[in-house]
Write a protein that binds this ligand. Structure first.
Ligand code: SAM
Length: 363
């Protein structure tokens, strides 16, 4: 049987059936998959890992996604919004510690105030760091003009998870209204790409109603769309969300974890030079989950540098790790962990997606 997997792993591109076969492999076949994805990562990226200092600057959200702990409808949550100075301070921490890049993430809000505020912050972070800090944004769906203004102000990467590329599944995990339109999510991704961002997307793995077939389609979508960055993680229940009622029907957490590793390995094989994040949610299931992801294909880690007192309130799912740590704790802990994964943290570099550079040259 292993000869079939060996055969698939030798190919340059995979059919849907082959992807499904890879996602379902176990035992010796699974080892072959992970060995190959590690090999490809080493060949195209090296044993390198870049940091994106993650600043979760606000948990105020206008959306009501049925899986998410910071959804608007969750009244059982302290809402916070960091001051501009607190955000600048966190960015300065990243700069001084030579993280290379930061990622600004928040709940999803669209308003002229939010647009101006983020634009202004981007300018200030660029000035503070002499233009040296790379900036990723992850603040959801916005109008084309807003994306353009932020790009011109210095953000050059944007992460917008599509969550699932199956429209029917998407409608089961979101309210069915204009605010949660699948079509708009896809349009936003396209606009981000056209604006010039290094564009990242991804899905949650192990969602209620999700099948392996859906996941294979998700991977094909990412290849077809020609993404530059990928951020995928296991779905983890949050007690105060509507989807909690399906908890008993889900695959065990351990299996969701394993399937996420396989998704990362397969996308690394399909898109050899993209940036792949080792998602924090992996660590909520396995204490060395992110390191395992780095070993088999991921090359980006996002140490949390949000001021400690706010972390407990950015609970997207239950048992979110590191909410009691300080930014300094995160750094020393991660250094030890990454070296265990036989990888090296590259300080003071942006660590841009090589795929992006190749893609732009073709335009
Ligand atoms: N609102 C922005 C957006 O949608 O792009 C960024 C913030 S949002 C909270 C960041 C990501 O958290 C989502 O894209 C989603 O995939 C993930 N997330 C939310 N709830 C989750 C859960 N219960 N388990 C795992 N990941 C979750």
């Amino acid at each position: 049987m292993t000869s079939i997997i060996k055969d698939i792993l030798e190919r340059e591109s995979y059919s849907k059936e082959e992807i499904l076969r890879l996602l379902k492999c176990e035992g010796e076949e699974r080892t072959l998959l992970f060995t190959k994805s590690a090999e490809i990562k080493e060949k195209y990226i090296g044993r390198k890992v870049w940091f994106r200092g993650l600043i979760e600057f606000s948990n105020i959200c206008g959306k009501d996604c049925l899986y998410c702990g910071i959804r608007k409808g969750n009244k059982d949550l302290h809402r916070y919004n960091l001051s501009d100075d607190e955000i600048l301070e966190a960015a300065r921490f990243a700069y001084i510690n030579r993280y290379g890049s930061i990622a600004l993430q928040s709940g999803e809000l669209e308003s002229p105030f939010v647009t101006d505020r983020i634009e202004n912050l981007l300018h200030r972070i660029k000035v503070m760091s002499n233009g040296e800090l790379g900036i990723t944004l992850s603040v959801g769906e916005q109008e084309p003009d807003v994306y353009r203004r932020w790009f011109e102000a210095g953000a050059h990467r944007y992460l917008l998870r599509v969550e699932s590329t199956n429209k029917e599944l998407y409608s089961k995990i979101h309210p069915n209204d204009d605010k949660h339109s699948f079509t708009r999510r896809l349009e936003c991704l396209k606009i981000l790409q056209d604006t010039g961002y290094q564009t990242g997307t991804g899905v949650m793995i192990g969602l209620p109603f999700q099948t392996t077939d859906d996941l294979a389609d998700d991977l094909l979508f990412m290849r077809e769309f020609d993404i530059d960055m990928c951020g995928m993680g296991p779905y983890i229940e949050h007690a105060d969300t509507p989807l909690i009622k399906y908890s008993g029907e889900l695959m065990p957490l351990r299996q969701r974890f394993d399937l996420t590793l396989k998704m990362i390995a397969v996308i690394r094989l399909m898109m050899k030079d993209i940036n792949i994040v080792a998602a924090t949610a992996l660590q909520a299931i396995d204490p060395i989950g992110r390191e395992k992801a780095v070993k088999i294909g991921a090359n980006i880690v996002m140490p949390n540098i949000t001021p400690g007192k706010y972390r407990d309130s950015y609970k997207l799912y239950d048992n979110k790790p590191c909410t009691d740590d300080s930014a300094e704790d995160c750094q020393s802990c991660l250094e030890a962990r990454i070296s265990l994964a036989d990888a090296e943290i590259i300080y003071g570099e942006w660590g841009d997606s090589a795929h992006y550079n190749t893609r732009r040259k073709k335009v």
